[in-house]
Design a protein around this ligand. Structure first.
Ligand SMILES: Cc1cc2nc3c(=O)[nH]c(=O)nc-3n(C[C@H](O)[C@H](O)[C@H](O)COP(=O)(O)OP(=O)(O)OC[C@H]3O[C@@H](n4cnc5c(N)ncnc54)[C@H](O)[C@@H]3O)c2cc1C
Length: 325
């Protein structure tokens, strides 16, 4: 009898975010069977679960970029909750094997298959797609955060409550959404190193402009932060060329980083902080692909990840056909 160690999946996908689920579902629709989707967390879409606030509006055209959906997954504007339901349904309808609590630490190429090293042992597959995103390691400030105030400094809305003086740091969509949301129950300021919120999408630009106009959010624009200090258990923020201020909580919403360690240990070449890939999203290692935020294509979005999954699925099918011809 064949045991799991001998089994070779046709396709293994690492990371069950939007790009990973799309790759699995599109591959299934293309006729590929025996697909495994490996996820380190307890459920799919840990970025959406951890970083999106409850009832958050989810925009298909994130960051103001219009994306035409090329594949068979009909994704629309919605909320955090409807988006998670949407991915639940996609997985249920296409009988893709989702294996959670399985962290992948590296990938090795053997002659005609890959060995995927995971926290639950090795898994083999003919093709591998890496869709682990960039939010596993959120960007952190370069200055040191004193350990005594670490509980008051975060990267998500976890721990936030009400009637607090909060500083949100960043000027993209996530920062703007956090600031506007927190302002309902807190005294909120937003600090951004640039003078305008031009990187945010039009809806968020409108929302932050209204919140500032109604004195619900106080803007601290064109200002850099040089450090944080403990002020009797609260957070003293040291601004450049501006008087320091003390907050109950500081939230950084300044994006994520490329998981370089993972890419290097898997032999995937990187250039300018991005994994190198061809027009089919195939890396320097034939049969090993990357999709989603990890590619940093136009800053990343759900819809972009869905399209990449579609193109990868089509390419794998073509590769298989040419092998048989
Ligand atoms: C606050 C916020 C708001 C946003 N709002 C929107 C929006 O409205 N519309 C929109 O289009 N986009 C939005 N985005 C961006 C969107 O969430 C990302 O573009 C999208 O999630 C990227 O999908 P992905 O599949 O590449 O990666 P991710 O969604 O990050 O998924 C990666 C998955 O891989 C798993 N993983 C990581 N490492 C490993 C490992 N070693 N082994 C196994 N599994 C692993 C993670 O747990 C995770 O589940 C927002 C982002 C943030 C942070």
């Amino acid at each position: 009898m064949q045991n799991e160690n001998d089994h070779i999946y046709n396709l293994a996908i690492i990371g069950a975010g939007p790009a990973g689920i799309a790759t699995a579902v599109e591959a299934y629709i293309e006729g590929i069977r025996d697909i495994i989707l490996l996820e380190k967390d307890e459920n799919h879409n840990s970025t959406i679960r951890k970083y999106y606030k409850d009832k958050k509006r989810v925009d298909k055209d994130w960051k103001g970029q219009k994306v035409e959906l090329d594949g068979r997954i009909y994704f629309m504007d919605g909320t955090k909750e409807s988006t998670l339901d949407f991915f639940d349904e996609l997985l249920a309808k296409h009988s893709v094997k989702l294996q959670t609590h399985t962290e992948v630490t590296g990938i090795e190429k053997e002659d005609d298959y890959f060995v995927i090293h995971t926290s639950k042992g090795d898994i083999k597959a003919k093709y591998v797609v890496v869709t682990i995103g960039r939010m596993g390691k959120p960007n952190k400030p370069s200055y040191k955060i004193p350990p005594s105030i670490r509980k008051r400094v975060g990267y998500t809305l976890d721990g936030c409550s009400q009637n607090e003086k909060v500083l949100v740091v960043g000027g993209g969509d996530s920062a703007v959404e956090y600031a506007v949301d927190l302002a309902e129950k807190n005294d909120v300021s937003i600090c951004y190193r640039r003078e305008t919120f031009r990187r945010a999408n039009p809806t968020n630009q409108k929302n932050i402009a209204a919140a500032i106009a109604h004195n619900e959010v106080r803007p601290i624009l064109g200002v850099n932060i040089e450090g944080l200090e403990d002020e009797n258990g609260r957070v003293k923020v040291l601004f450049k060329d501006r008087e320091p201020e003390v907050y109950d909580r500081v939230i950084y919403a300044i994006g994520g980083t490329t998981p370089s360690g993972f890419l290097v240990s898997s032999g995937i070449e990187e250039k300018d902080g991005k994994p190198v890939h061809d027009e089919h999203y195939q890396t320097n290692i034939p049969g090993l692909y990357v999709a989603g935020d990890i590619t940093q294509e136009s800053g990343g979005s759900i819809a972009l990840g869905l399209n990449q999954g579609y193109y990868i699925a089509k390419h794998i099918v073509e590769q298989e056909k040419s092998k048989k011809a």
